[in-house]
Ligand binder design. Sequence first.
Ligand code: FNR
Length: 189
Amino acid sequence: MNDDTKPIRVLGISGSLRKASYNTMLLRNAMEMLPPGMSVEIFDLAPIPLYNEDVREKGFPAPVQQLRDKIAQCDALLIATPEYNYSIPGVLKNAIDWASRPPDQPFSGKPVAIMGATPSTGRTIRSQLHLRQCFVFLNMHPVNKPEVLISDAARIFDEQGRLTDDTTRGFVKDLVAALAVWTRTVRGG
Ligand code: FNR
């Protein structure tokens, strides 16, 4: 039986490092629409170095260890990602690659939801599908619906980074609500 009062701690990750990132804005907007009991902490990927197996053999660099610890400690992940060249941005893939290395692969068994925004027309569909493919290998449990696939991002965020389109806000709200339900289902309460 699900315990609706048990807190859900979510680790939020943006696949873009730029200050005015639509995807980071999306994550911040989602944080204002959370169902009761859910909280989101954003992890900044900027300090994560480029993956190097020689370095890993000597031990995880501190920012990678922090990311691995945060993933291990969270109940679920919420990723907002752009699409780069029809795929996952290198910054995000690189962080996933680092964090996924043994021992104790921290993504395994974690519920995850994804959303994405582009100022263009492609709605980040391909990057989100590629990310879902990674989730299979990582043994994660993705929320399937709703899909939050945002195009024309420059039009629907205002100067302060607020998502102004009510339909899109509804999708984001439904996604975080679905993540809460799914997390309780996966962990059995
Ligand atoms: C892009 N962009 C892009 N957009 C898209 O819809 N499909 C794509 O395949 C690509 N490819 C791509 C490659 C590279 C290297 C860059 C830098 C950009 C445009 C991209 O959607 C745009 O820069 C977004 O604003 C990036 O997201 P943030 O930074 O606003 O979150």
